[in-house]
Design a protein around this ligand. Structure first.
Ligand code: HEM
Length: 387
């Protein structure tokens, strides 16, 4: 439905076509700065813009659920489409809202449409088919326009971004793999997989911090100690900031936004303990359950200290796998971890986070969907007067 009736892109693909697309996309992302100093500078620029925006409305209650969306798209889009949007850009806001709606409309099982596709002919509205089709049409229109803009002023000797690199490969090597449809679905995969997941995790992180005064106090303390009030936070600070890193791990664990990972399929009959899993079985990962199981002793409590040893070192617990495991592991892990660290440190360096006066403590219960999200809530960003 989202890929022209074909197996294209990375996320919902398999076999040789998946492995080639994944390899090519990673190669292009790296050649345009993925996981390099360039990427850090793009993230830092977005953090500065976000802090400026919050400084402008400091002291007022702000609905935070979509506050990271455009910043996150901007960072990814610099590599993919060589473009950045203003944080108040209406067109991009609408696009981000569409992705959020899409992520609420179904869960990772694909819902009724996945198991009884014929229902779309009988109950197109009630089954969600109409909604899903119209959202995908709008997303594809945006991507088609972006790709066409690239085609109009491409310089084959100077690729500017992933889209250019893909188009040049299509022109030069005449490989049937490099079609416009393939490129469009790759862009859709990156946009969908890369925005909601990071955004929702960042929002859950703020939620737990605003609800846990002690966590916030310790974060401020570490930021003041290692970075100070004026120097912009940098990714190189991560190694010295054990408590902040533990807050990130605890946020990834407790929120587990990719609650069921991405659907897998048994390529052959397989045995798992006493069970036979027949070839072709559709398999989801119980990631949320794994991260909220008794293994963690008090899984409902937001306690970053669980990731810190008595000697003050970070614990890498193998039961924490928010980005999946194995050959289909998330390709955005490095970017996501860097974004979360930079958002957190930039914001807390400058602000106290408070629940608005007269409002009750926000709900920690997630909304279901393709990725889990927090219920709407507001935060007051109060300046620490250290700018
Ligand atoms: C906190 C943020 C993120 C979380 C929790 C997350 C989680 C995941 C998980 C659980 C999977 C499935 C792994 C598996 O099936 O074993 C996945 C796959 C994927 N993620 Fe992420 N992700 C995040 C951010 C990103 C970002 C920023 C990007 C964009 C660059 C991205 C792109 C992808 C892609 C393309 C796949 C499919 C990989 C494949 O099938 O080969 N993700 N992610």
């Amino acid at each position: 439905m989202r890929s022209f009736g074909k197996k294209l892109g990375i996320v919902f693909n398999d076999g040789p076509s998946w492995s080639k697309t994944r390899r090519v996309v990673l190669k292009y992302l790296k050649s345009f700065g993925y996981n390099s100093k360039f990427m850090e500078s793009y993230i830092a620029e977005e953090c500065r813009a976000l802090v400026k925006l919050r400084t402008g409305d400091a002291g007022q209650p702000i609905l935070v659920n979509s506050m990271f969306n455009i910043s996150i798209v901007n960072i990814l889009w610099r590599l993919v489409a060589g473009k950045r949007y203003d944080l108040e850009d209406r067109k991009l806001k609408t696009l981000c809202d569409l992705i959020m709606r899409l992520f609420r409309a179904v869960d990772m099982s694909g819902g009724i449409l996945n198991f009884m596709p014929f229902v779309r002919h009988i109950l197109p509205g009630l089954s969600g088919y109409t909604e899903l089709t119209s959202i995908h049409k709008a997303l594809h229109d945006f991507l088609r326009e972006t790709i066409q803009e690239h085609q109009q002023n491409i310089d084959v000797n100077n690729p500017r971004d992933v889209i250019d690199a893909f188009l040049i490969e299509k022109i030069e090597c005449k490989d049937q793999f490099f079609t416009d449809e393939e490129l469009q679905v790759v862009c859709l995969d990156l946009l969908e997989a890369g925005m909601e997941t990071v955004s929702n995790t960042a929002v859950f992180m703020l939620l737990h911090i605003v609800c846990n005064y002690d966590v916030q106090r310790k974060l401020h303390h570490e930021i003041d100690d290692i970075i100070g009030p004026l120097r912009p936070p940098a990714l190189s600070d991560r190694t010295s900031m054990v408590y902040t890193e533990a807050v990130l791990l605890e946020s990834l664990r407790i929120s587990s936004v990719a609650a069921m990972g991405i659907p897998h399929m048994a390529l052959d009959d397989a045995r798992l303990g006493d069970y036979i899993i027949p070839k072709g079985t559709f398999i989801l990962l119980a990631m949320f359950d794994l991260h909220n199981s008794p293994h963690w002793t008090d899984p409902d409590v937001f306690r970053p200290e669980r990731f810190i040893t008595k000697d003050g070192n970070l614990i890498q617990d193998d039961s924490l796998m928010p980005f999946g495991i194995g050959r289909r592991r998330c390709i955005g892990e490095g970017l996501a971890r860097s974004e979360l660290f930079m958002f957190l440190t930039h914001i807390l360096q400058k602000f106290y986070l408070k629940i608005p006066d007269g409002e009750t403590v926000p709900s920690l219960e997630p909304n279901d969907g393709l990725s889990l999200s927090a219920k709407p809530f507001k935060i007051v960003f109060e300046s620490r007067n250290n700018m």
